[in-house]
Design a binder for this molecule. Structure first.
Ligand code: ADP
Length: 339
């Protein structure tokens, strides 16, 4: 096919249909002609001849149907590739690029999809860059505000303003940390036993209601590649949330460590308000909060879980929200174990 010349899916389909029809007509005509061939009756008894004709015709029919199915499968392959691409994009894989293999309408559709994915990628990069630039730019005025606040008399207004400035500082640090963790930056992996790390963080929450218990599922040590400081941050984020969103009558939070074949699981399960299933997909997005008023009261910005996700990805692991019943939330940290 010459460069720039386009073929059409409809044209290909029409050709396949036409070839199939002609072959079917040839087989059927051949069948009837052979059926009435007197010479055939002379050589073979009519019963056997008809049986042979039937078997031959059915085999030819089967071969035609099979070939058509193969050709159609090949023809519709770009559609399957596009379907995979759309699924991957839907799952948040912005690097997706579907290879263009045909010059027909599917090829045009593939190009359009790749252009759209590229545009989404650009928009996300621009948005992230804007957030980082704004966060950096806000640091100097915030420092100046803090200095100016020191000069104000100690009254209710100063306390309020100091609280607001501290809140803005926390949000900006969270955003800059989120950016630092992108693409595995900001994490130094060292081979170490993570059980003492989990034990230490859990111990620091023992006195907070509703309490916390550590369950070691037959695990005494778990040696894997981890960044201890970042792992502590993740566990603290999860335990803070578990405590924050617990109810007056909630059972204590349960932290369970278990070992699978090639990974270690650390589960943090609470018995609090829970997370509606329709929010489960968005819970790890920056600034996502289930109930904005509720989170605002408890001082959250919706950055904690997105930081946890980035840290776990930098460990080549994952964080998963387990579907719960009506009450409580369970987060599972999955860390790979390499020998
Ligand atoms: P925040 O700082 O607002 O808690 P996170 O990223 O840690 O931000 O959490 C995002 C949102 O997920 C929270 O605002 C809260 O609505 C919900 N959430 C997180 N953990 C829990 C939990 N253990 N129980 C119920 N809701 C939770």
């Amino acid at each position: 096919m010459s460069a720039g010349r386009r073929s059409s899916v409809f044209g290909k389909l029409a050709t396949i249909m036409a070839v199939m029809m002609i072959l079917l007509m040839v087989i059927t005509t051949g069948f009837f002609v052979a059926l009435v061939q007197p010479t055939l009756h002379g050589k073979m008894d009519p019963g056997t001849a008809h049986l042979w004709l039937l078997v031959l015709s059915l085999s030819l029919l089967f071969a035609v149907v099979l070939t058509t199915q193969r050709v159609l499968q090949k023809l519709l392959r770009p559609l399957r590739d596009l379907n995979d691409g759309v699924t991957r994009l839907g799952e948040g894989d912005l690097a997706v690029n579907v290879p263009r293999t045909t010059r027909d309408e599917f090829g045009t559709l593939t190009d359009a999809f790749n252009r759209m994915a590229g545009r989404v990628r650009e928009m996300v990069v621009t948005r992230d860059q804007l957030l980082i630039d704004v966060s950096h730019e806000l640091r100097s005025p915030l420092t100046r505000m803090k200095v100016a606040l020191e000069l104000l008399p100690n009254d209710a207004q100063k306390t309020r303003l100091t609280g607001d400035v501290a809140e803005m500082e926390r949000m900006i640090s969270g955003l800059l940390e989120l950016e630092r963790l992108r693409a595995g930056k900001g994490v130094t992996l060292l081979r170490q036993d993570i059980v003492p790390i989990v034990r230490e963080v859990v111990a620091s929450y023992e006195d907070r209601p509703p309490g916390v218990e550590l369950v070691l599922n037959g695990v005494s040590d778990l040696v894997l590649d981890a960044d201890a400081a970042q792992l502590r941050t993740v566990l603290r984020n999860l335990l803070e949330n578990a405590m924050k969103y617990s109810l007056a009558d909630s059972r204590s939070v349960r932290v369970t460590i278990s070992r699978n074949d090639r990974s270690a699981d650390v589960r943090v399960a609470d018995d609090g308000v829970g997370i509606p299933s329709e929010d489960a997909e968005r819970i790890f997005e920056p600034f996502f909060r289930v109930d904005r008023s509720r989170s605002k009261e408890s001082g959250g910005y919706g950055l904690g879980l997105s930081i946890c996700k980035r840290v776990m990805e930098a460990h080549r692991g994952a964080i998963v929200l387990e579907a719960n019943g009506k009450r409580g939330a369970t987060f599972i940290l999955k860390l790979p174990i390499h020998d």
